[in-house]
Design a protein around this ligand. Sequence first.
Ligand code: HEC
Length: 102
Amino acid sequence: MIRSQTMLISQNMEDNIMKCFKILVFLLVIWASIITPLSAGWNSCIGCHNGTLAPDKDKLKEKHKTIDSFISAAQSTQNDLMKSIQKDVKSLQEAAKEIGLQ
Ligand code: HEC
């Protein structure tokens, strides 16, 4: 009787540890998705620049032949979604290079 109760308690603890672990993993995923845009590159743009919400890689390359034109277009767009990225010239530059502009 006592033995089975102890087993029950340790089973409960295991469940709790698993819960904590799952929460930790979940937080880690959120954290990673928040810091990713900071570490830039075209990957951080794909979420929106998928051809539906915003022009995709090919459309942007068609429209802009140089990095300068690409960056000034990014900075002059009135769309709120680009607000946080407009100041980040370094990311814009990296992304432009990554999609093959010069
Ligand atoms: C949160 C969504 C979002 C993210 C992330 C995002 N963009 Fe945009 N971007 C937009 C939207 C919306 C527009 C406006 C599209 C339009 O006017 O049709 C835009 C416009 C642009 C334009 C101007 C396009 C044109 O018509 O000439 C450029 C260049 C651009 N983005 C580059 C980038 C780059 C580079 C990144 C990544 C560093 C990025 N964007 C990340 C949503 C986003």
